[in-house]
Design a binder for this molecule. Structure first.
Ligand SMILES: Nc1ncnc2c1ncn2[C@@H]1O[C@H](COP(=O)(O)OP(=O)(O)O)[C@@H](O)[C@H]1O
Ligand SMILES: [Mg+2]
Length: 244
């Protein structure tokens, strides 16, 4: 079964400060994503990886093309559907972590991670227990669980973002360089967690800049260059282009 069909997706940015100039973020990108698949997006800096995830999550409004989410109740074009449908899908089915560390409210770390579970109706105690186990598996020191993440280091905040995104086990999860600020040991723990916790039912589209990580997690690789798809290959056929 297919979860997502991306068809002719383009995004251009009008740069008013540069007169009439337009910057191309994505140019006629098409591929499909299967249920339960782990798809890695790779490419040089500026090749359109973040723009692709943002067009799927509709943080960016695509300029052209379709992003068809095959929902259980029917197809939804994420590029064209009303804002309220996007908001409902974000609550329920589609998760996202930004490449940059999100602003985190003045709430204890464990509650930041537990919140999406509580919003899904999981009892508070159970949600906190799940949150604690995720933070523990990401090696976040226990004395930080009840502290405010606003004061955390980059790597600590990245772990909060990742734990919060995976906690509710969305059907489709978009991860933009989720382990970039982690040391190798914590990164390995994060990868183990991603694989185990999301094993049943979550489809992941992830931007990673580390070849070892991709080889550990990905089923297929999409290589972007200058906003275009250069190749889409099973991991067994990926030659490490971009990381060479
Ligand atoms: N909000 C934006 N406004 C203008 N240009 C943008 C914006 N977002 C991305 N771009 C441009 O689109 C291209 C792709 O960027 P991006 O998707 O961030 O690439 P990557 O994540 O692969 O580094 C770059 O040329 C970038 O400058
Ligand atoms: Mg990026």
């Amino acid at each position: 079964m297919t979860v997502l069909t991306i068809d002719g997706l383009s995004k251009t940015f009008d740069m008013h400060v540069l007169g009439e100039k337009q910057v191309v973020g994505l140019d006629d990108v098409s591929f499909e994503v299967d249920d339960g698949e782990f798809l890695a997006i790779v490419g040089e800096s500026g090749s359109g990886k973040s723009s692709l995830l943002k067009c799927i999550y509709r943080t960016y409004q695509p300029t052209a093309g379709r992003v068809v989410y095959h929902d259980t109740g029917g197809d939804v074009d994420l590029a064209a559907c009303p804002e309220r449908d996007i908001i409902a899908l974000r609550d329920d089915a589609i998760g996202y972590t930004s490449q940059f560390l999100d602003e985190i409210p003045r709430v204890p770390a464990v509650d930041v991670v537990a919140r999406p579970l509580c919003e899904q109706g999981v009892p508070n105690d159970e949600a906190r227990t799940t949150a604690e186990s995720l933070l523990s598996r990401l090696h976040l020191p226990e004395e930080l669980w009840d502290a405010y993440p606003a004061t955390f280091s980059g790597g600590e905040r990245q772990r909060i973002n990742l734990a919060q995104a995976i906690a509710p086990k969305p059907r489709l999860l978009l991860l933009d360089e989720p382990t970039s600020a982690l040391d190798p040991e914590t990164r390995a723990a994060a990868i183990d967690l991603l694989q185990e916790y999301l094993e049943d039912g979550t489809t992941v589209i992830g931007v990673f800049h580390n070849r070892d990580v991709i080889e550990a997690v990905a089923d297929r690789v999409v290589v972007l260059a200058d906003g275009r798809v250069r190749q889409v290959v099973p991991i067994e056929e990926y030659n490490g282009e971009v990381f060479a």
